[in-house]
Design a binder for this molecule. Structure first.
Ligand SMILES: [Zn+2]
Length: 148
């Protein structure tokens, strides 16, 4: 639920290194959860990862990583993503765009303030799967407000 309306999770994906920065700090991995409302408007919930303890919620995702680029996979089972989110549910919010073509504007972005952890081995598997950096460079604010 966002702004009183129900949105549906359409897909999620990962960027390495992060596309967003928190107080100037980049992170080695960022997840994007892309949601859509009934009017086809998008909202993205983003989460940062930092190296630390192994993250069990990521295991089924890592196990299903495609072996070739641009080969989307179906996980074949439901994964409860709620445990992936940080305990602290505070976030930054701003208006932005898709970070990949067509870079559609007017998206609502919610970036969780608290990063979550994954083990160095898990991070290495994401990096290997993504092969090369897939982050869009940081974009100027151009007068946009970031709300906490
Ligand atoms: Zn993304």
């Amino acid at each position: 639920m966002l702004d009183g309306e129900r949105l549906r999770l359409m897909q999620y994906h990962f960027h390495t290194p992060s596309e967003n920065r928190i107080q100037g700090r980049a992170f080695p991995l960022e997840a994007h959860f892309v949601h859509q409302n009934g009017a086809s408007e998008l909202a993205v919930a983003a989460m940062m990862f930092e190296p630390g303890a192994e993250n069990p919620t990521l295991q089924p995702i890592l196990a299903a990583l495609p072996h070739e680029e641009n080969h989307p996979v179906t996980l074949g089972r439901q994964i409860d993503l709620i445990p992936l989110f940080p305990q602290d549910r505070h976030y930054y919010r701003f208006s932005g765009s898709l970070t990949t073509p067509p870079c559609t504007q007017g998206l609502r972005w919610l970036v969780m303030k608290q990063p979550v952890q994954l083990s160095p081995t898990q991070l290495a598997r994401f990096r290997r799967a993504l092969a090369s950096a897939n982050n869009r460079p940081l974009q100027p604010l151009h007068g946009r407000l970031i709300v906490e």
